[in-house]
Design a protein around this ligand. Structure first.
Ligand code: ASP
Length: 348
């Protein structure tokens, strides 16, 4: 009798131990991951010196690892997205914050948005000129206002009311973007002289003038996903032009039931084709994988109509997909089950 009681309690203890180990293992296995992009376009190896390429890769690595560290410590996906984007906004290499492209009038007008996949809360700013890190202001709009999108002066007044300092538009200046503006203007002038209308002339600009945004998507340990995007828009854009990046559903989208997406590319197409939301809708309603849904929209929908660009996508299982239809896309990923991956060109 005593023997059988002992053996029952022993096996009970073994069972408890087993289930404790199983819980620990399950907890350890909970996926968390992040993906970032620094824009898609005519990015060709031949145009890089080895030093320049190394510097871009190092910055992408820094951004993805900054976001990953937030997740690793148990931080929210929203925080990881913001932290990673801040690194890219503060770098002159990318078309967001410092290093943003110029409008036709020689200024910088910045757009950004962020979305929380758990709550479907979202925040966006458009056409701001004096905000050092537009993604942070987008988040503030989401968290501290009753609105989703604020633009121009209204967004900047909201910023000052919430203690965000306004900065001189010149802090976003870089020589290489200024040269791009001059080159874009010359090309447009030439095309217009050949009796092409503005729209046709604009189509002739290489995609390097049109793309270069930054963005991030992340999955945290709590199982929630988020997406964010920040940009200076397109070189030589009309003042007041707003692209897809601050438009929820076009440049940014996140819902836990499907996926989180941040886009980069020719914004007018991404708005008209509702790119980010379309990818997630295919996942949600057609049961497609993020890879399948992303490839369909980027290659089968956008490509034939001339919409150049790419997206980064994540789901709540930690799957990541990075489809683009341009020569390259600055990108990086890191997850608790895979080491840092950094790439610029196709087929890397
Ligand atoms: N999508 C951005 C825009 O149209 C540009 C980019 O991704 O580089 O404003």
């Amino acid at each position: 009798m005593l023997k059988s009681i002992m053996s029952v309690s022993l096996s009970l203890a073994a069972l408890l131990m087993f289930s404790a180990t199983a819980t620990i293992a399950a907890a350890a296995e909970k996926p968390f991951a992040i993906a970032i992009h620094g824009g898609a376009g005519t990015i060709q190896k031949a145009k890089f010196t080895p030093e320049r390429e190394k510097a871009y890769r190092a910055k992408l690595q820094e951004a993805v690892e900054t976001g990953y560290a937030v997740l690793d410590k148990g931080g929210k996906s929203l925080e990881a997205v913001t932290a990673a984007i801040n690194v890219l906004e503060n770098s002159p290499f990318f078309n967001a914050g410092k290093g943003a492209v110029y409008t036709h009038q020689g200024q910088h007008e910045l757009d950004a948005s962020i979305m929380d996949g758990k709550t479907r809360q979202a925040g966006a700013v458009a056409g701001v000129k004096h905000i050092e890190n537009p993604i942070n202001l987008a988040r503030l709009v989401m968290e501290e206002s009753v609105h989703v999108m604020l633009s121009g002066n209204g967004a900047e007044t909201f910023a000052t009311e919430h203690g965000v300092p306004l900065v001189d538009n010149k802090i976003f200046d870089t020589e290489h973007r200024y040269k791009s503006l001059q080159r874009a203007k010359e090309k447009m002038l030439k095309a217009e002289k050949q009796h092409k209308d503005y729209q046709a002339a604009h189509q002739l600009l290489d995609s390097e003038y049109k793309v270069g945004t930054v963005g991030a998507v992340a999955l945290d340990k709590m199982g929630n996903i988020a997406a964010g995007t920040s940009t200076g828009g397109m070189t030589n854009k009309r003042f007041g032009r707003i692209g897809d990046s601050p438009v929820i559903g076009a440049g940014t989208f996140a819902e836990n039931e499907s996926c989180a997406v941040s886009a980069t590319g020719h914004g007018e197409y991404f708005i008209r084709y509702n790119v980010a939301a379309d990818i997630c809708a295919r996942v949600k309603y057609q049961g497609k994988s993020i890879e399948q849904a992303g490839n369909e929209v980027i290659h089968d929908v956008l490509m034939p109509v001339g919409g150049t660009g790419g997206v980064i996508i994540i789901d709540t299982k930690g799957n990541i997909s990075l489809p683009f239809n341009t020569k390259g896309m600055y990108r990086a990923t890191k997850s608790n089950s895979a080491p840092t991956y950094v790439a610029i060109f196709k087929d890397e």
